[in-house]
Design a protein around this ligand. Structure first.
Ligand code: GMT
Length: 391
């Protein structure tokens, strides 16, 4: 039996949208949360479905609803399963709130659970929303290459009504790795900067950093793809320049890298702050961003840094060149070329005028290409296109 979709074509109507994402600190969850919040601000009803409330979600915001998926601790299961209760919750919420769109962020297991829910609905003759899957990166570049899950990822993506990727580079990787034939729409990520509430001097003082120090900042979840040892080695290469400091806003446990930092003798130039919510205060107090990833479909930390008028030094990984314009909003280097990173950091630390010029260009680019205003409109237009085409 064919799936009956809920929506009638009426482009003016406010939509009822389900958003499924990982709630933990990580780019895909942050993008999904921001998108839901902006859609709710525009009057659409947004239902988040996940095993926990997303890290940055304001559940008090009007038009936002959160539905928790409870995972069974049934003793027969050595590994508790999330896909099945997620599919059931999707079915439940779709029916109860008459969702028009179910937008799943990250292919596994979200797109797979959506497919399962859609098939059940179809069998029972229950209307089901149009499923839009957004690919974020590691679901393709790492998991997509893993033969133990690859066919499921491919099938789930190809069974979605709509598929988007956060960069051209990720679209290309997806087509190459999974041989996907489904159309993939590139919709870049966006970021809405918050106004910093703390004085940059006060932030520096609280971290023991002088106003005359040159402060580089890095924000990430510290996973292996971020190549944190490279960051530490860059600092080690400019150990004689004591005024250059590195601040890491860690969305993961830094302890695993502590002994490496100690061995390199850079502890006095390194400051680590974990699980920061008010990133704006720290980025605003920094001079430059630094990102050494080996794989990066987009790089939310990079965009966040640029949004506060700071230039970025980054490795030329995946979609990063779509965000950072080499020589204009920062500099790009080959992955692992710590010597070039260190050299540029040293040069810029004594040319604040250039740092400011690059920073202003970075901010302008962030606003022009990656603002909520531009990107949310793209998603809405895409939802409407899917609703119209796939009725
Ligand atoms: O690597 C991370 O930071 C987490 C990961 C995720 O799935 O949450 O991030 C991916 O999605 C982000 C949002 O679209 C992108 O900005 C990141 O570049 C991407 N990470 C990788 O491709 C390694």
């Amino acid at each position: 039996m064919q799936t009956r979709h809920i929506t009638q074509i009426n482009t003016k109507k406010k939509l009822s949208i389900g958003i499924v994402c990982y709630p933990s600190v990580g780019g895909s969850g942050i993008v999904a949360t921001q998108l839901g919040s902006e859609l709710a601000r525009l009057g659409h009803k947004v239902h988040f479905i996940s095993y926990g409330a997303p890290f940055k979600l304001d559940i008090e915001q009007a038009n936002i609803f959160f539905h928790q998926v409870d995972v069974s601790g049934y003793e027969l299961f050595k590994y508790p399963d999330y896909t099945l209760p997620l599919a059931v919750k999707m079915l439940d919420i779709s029916r109860k709130y008459k969702l028009d769109i179910l937008h799943v962020h990250y292919a596994v297991p979200h797109a797979t659970a959506a497919l399962l829910a859609k098939n059940i609905a179809s069998k029972e003759g229950i209307p089901f929303p149009h499923v839009v899957t957004t690919l974020h990166g590691t679901d393709i570049t790492l998991l997509g290459r893993d033969k133990s899950v690859m066919p499921v990822i491919k099938y789930s993506i190809e069974s979605s009504c709509g598929v988007t990727a956060v960069s051209k580079s990720l679209k290309k990787d997806t087509q190459k790795v999974l041989k996907i034939t489904h159309d993939i729409e590139v919709i870049h990520n966006f970021y809405t900067p918050k106004i910093p509430t703390k004085n940059p001097d006060a932030v520096r003082a609280s971290l023991g950093i002088k106003n005359t120090d040159f402060l580089a900042i890095h924000l990430s979840n510290l996973r292996a793809v971020k190549r944190i040892p490279d960051l530490l080695e860059i600092v080690a290469k400019i150990k004689d320049k004591k005024h250059i400091k590195l601040l890491i806003l860690a969305g993961g446990d830094f302890e695993q890298y502590r002994s490496h930092a100690k061995k390199l003798g850079i502890e006095k130039q390194l400051i680590v702050v974990e699980n920061v919510q008010a990133i704006e205060d720290y980025i605003n107090a920094a001079d430059i961003g630094i990102y050494t990833s080996g794989e990066e479909s987009f790089g939310m930390g990079i965009l966040e840094t640029m949004s506060y008028g700071k230039p970025v030094l980054a490795s030329r990984a995946g979609g990063v060149p779509e965000v950072v314009k080499d020589n204009e909003t920062g500099y790009l280097f080959p992955i692992g070329d710590t010597a070039s990173f260190a050299q540029k950091l040293k040069e810029l630390s004594s040319d604040m005028e250039l740092v400011k010029t690059l920073g202003n260009a970075a901010q302008k680019r962030a606003i022009a290409l990656f603002s909520a205003e531009k990107i949310v409109e793209r998603y809405l237009a895409y939802y409407k296109k899917i609703i119209k085409e796939k009725k």
